[in-house]
Write a protein that binds this ligand. Structure first.
Ligand code: FAD
Ligand code: NAP
Ligand code: NAG
Ligand code: NAG
Ligand code: NAG
Length: 531
């Protein structure tokens, strides 16, 4: 990699968001002048970070795959982390994305430069420690949402003789064989890990805090026959993908607070409770069965059969909180000590991935921007007024709890490309969402969330504890997401022109290319701030 001081686009993060953006920049805009910076040693994001035993995708891969890179070869309906990562590498290779990636480079900050209409991006080479700058027209934050492990700091941590490992920082070759293992947490990560390792450990003590709704669920092998069908019968994989999409989308019925919502939640929670009480020992029922509304947190699809594992004598479940760590045990509030050779933190992720210092117009920080809005937010999850040419993928309130996250990533990529096309084609120098549009979107979003179960207090990481606002969830349906990213909102942007602009002022009528040349009328007047 050369010094790489300038490129049209800089993308931060080489997970599915960064990959999708890179592929579509090439596909749709024929833009090859981009660089991806990634702080890890390898690309893949979530799927390279989470190498704990048992890690797998829980949305069928026919849907949890990129629409422009269908893959008929998955061995299971919901394949393992390793297979998803292989798929990632395959797509990255096919699109020659890897040539654009600089790994082990951390993004530290970015400043908007009014004079040149560019971003100056501050980066640190994690190998040499050297700090350098990279200038670009368009800056894309694709840093993920579940990337920074929650910290774990209890008295005595330093005196512990064994290893303490977070599920998203699994050490290659770490074995739990014949070990007394402590697992902290009971989310999807813990529920995949425990069934995968229980048989080789000496014991597992699992510490939980808030119960989860575990949903009975199966995984299937995909036989050679079906793989062939997916590969050779035109449209079959696409049809299958669509059916899964529609099926999963029916879970949206569960999130509304109205009567229909209550009814479908009752059905879903009864099924989940029956599963837990039917498959786990009675002594654990009080620990397992939640009181909050189902759907408030992402449900745990129990494909790995964690709940039946609770029958195994090697596994002990407790909600007695750990208060201190000792050399080879953990001490709990009730005064008990539990043996520990290894402590596995399945404790989830912290809301720090947007802490990087980003400064827009007038040197205003993103923190100040959010303070003014009262919460973490972005127009359509992708942009903030005052931060021209800066976009998020998997940004604020783009999270999906019931379907494939890649749907949101792909569709937001599409929206971003619609918006930045004039910039990359040299017909405008900057684009920015209008302030009133961002305000209006945010009001609509908050009032939509108000009408859902996501306001129930279930202790989910969706809730930003500093503001009490949900920073994660997209409260509308996938159809709405699709519509709003493909068709709506063209008037919410203001462009600053580069001369000459006349050729661009006539919107093209072709529906599919609605965005091609559509530039806000303010460009004509040479005014870029639409407010
Ligand atoms: C264990 C696990 C299982 C999941 N399973 C599913 C599932 O079944 N279905 C589903 O829909 N979703 C699932 N998800 C959500 C998943 O995160 C998304 O589906 C998707 O992979 C997110 O892609 P991303 O590129 O946006 O983020 P990530 O994959 O997290 O990639 C972000 C990248 O940015 C890098 N980065 C972050 N900050 C910086 C910085 N400052 N400088 C440089 N680089 C940086 C990170 O190192 C990372 O590589 C799961 C998440 C986890 C943690
Ligand atoms: N494809 C999949 O199947 C899959 C696999 C893994 C993860 N994911 C997704 O990725 C996200 C993160 O999952 P995750 O399981 O890693 O994290 P998570 O869902 O946030 O779960 C973390 C769990 O740890 C508990 N916890 C945290 N600190 C604790 C402490 N000090 N003591 C006791 N318990 C503590 C939390 O309890 P509280 O609720 O009380 O805070 C929570 O139950 C989720 O959206 C999940 O659905 C999906
Ligand atoms: C922007 O603000 C930061 C923090 O207040 C300050 O350190 C920096 O010098 C400012 N930059 C400019 C160009 O004013
Ligand atoms: C929107 O997402 C869906 C599902 O991933 C995909 O089929 C569709 O092509 C996406 N639209 C675009 C333009 O990326
Ligand atoms: C969000 O967190 C705050 C602070 O911890 C809490 O007071 C509030 O009830 C939570 N809200 C929800 C909806 O969980």
């Amino acid at each position: 990699m050369s010094e790489g001081k300038y490129s049209q686009v800089v993308i931060i993060g080489a997970g599915f968001s960064g990959l999708t953006m890179a592929c579509q920049l090439q596909n749709q805009l024929k833009e090859f002048d981009y660089t991806i910076y990634e702080r890890s040693k390898e690309v893949g994001g979530t799927w390279s970070a989470n190498k704990y035993p048992g890690c797998a995708v829980d949305i069928p891969a026919a849907l949890y795959s990129l629409s422009f890179a269908p893959h008929p070869g998955f061995s299971k309906l919901c394949p393992s982390q390793a297979e998803v990562l292989d798929y990632f590498h395959e797509v990255a290779k096919r699109y020659r994305v890897l040539e654009h990636v600089a790994c082990q480079t951390e993004w530290e900050g970015a400043v908007w430069q009014e004079s040149s209409r560019t971003w100056s991006v501050r980066l640190r080479d994690l190998v040499s420690g050297r700090v350098f700058h990279h200038e670009c027209k368009i800056l894309i934050s694709a840093v993920g949402a579940l990337v920074n492990p929650n910290s774990f700091d209890l008295p005595g941590v330093d005196s512990f003789c064994g290893e303490i490992v977070h599920t998203a920082r699994w050490r290659d070759g770490l074995s739990l064989r014949k070990k007394d293992v402590v697992v902290v947490g009971n989310g999807a990560s813990a529920a995949q890990l425990i069934p995968a390792v229980i048989h080789e450990t000496k014991s597992i003590t699992q510490f939980i805090r808030t119960p989860q709704y575990y949903v009975p669920n199966d995984n299937f092998d995909i036989s050679a026959f079906w793989k062939a069908v997916f590969r050779w019968i035109p449209g079959f994989l696409l049809l299958f993908r669509f059916l899964i999409f529609v099926y999963l989308e029916t879970a949206m019925a569960m999130i509304g607070l109205g009567q229909q919502g209550s009814r479908s939640r009752l059905v879903a929670s009864s099924k989940s409770k029956a599963y837990m009480t039917g498959s786990a020992p009675e002594k654990y029922w009080p620990l397992l069965v939640p009181e909050y509304e189902i759907g408030c947190k992402r449900r745990v699809f129990d494909k790995a059969k964690y709940i039946p594992c609770l029958q195994n004598d090697r596994l002990l479940l407790t909600n007695d909180p750990i208060v201190a760590i000792q050399e080879s045990s953990v001490l709990t509030q009730s005064g008990k000590a539990y043996p520990a050779d290894t402590i596995v933190l399945a404790t989830g992720f912290s809301l720090t991935h947007w802490d990087v210092d980003v400064r827009g117009r007038g040197n205003r920080s993103r923190e100040e921007h959010w303070k003014e809005f009262g919460c973490i937010e972005a127009y359509q999850s992708i942009a903030m007024n005052g931060f021209p040419n800066f976009f998020y993928l998997l940004g604020p309130n783009s999270g999906r709890a019931h379907t494939s996250t890649l749907f949101a990533i792909e569709n937001h990529t599409h929206l971003i490309l619609r918006v930045v096309r004039p910039i990359l084609e040299g017909r405008a120098s900057s684009v920015e969402v209008k302030r009133e549009s961002e305000v209006r979107y945010n009001q609509q979003l908050q009032s939509a969330i108000e009408k859902t179960v996501f306001t129930d207090s279930c202790g989910t990481y969706f809730n930003d504890s500093r503001t009490g606002r949900n920073w994660f969830i997209y409260p509308w349906s996938s159809f709405q997401l699709w519509y709003s990213t493909h068709w709506a909102g063209l008037d919410d942007w203001s462009y600053e022109a580069t001369a000459p602009v006349e050729s661009c002022l006539r919107p093209e009528k072709s529906l599919l290319q609605l965005c091609r040349c559509r530039i806000d009328s303010s460009v004509r007047q040479g005014i870029y701030h639409g407010y």
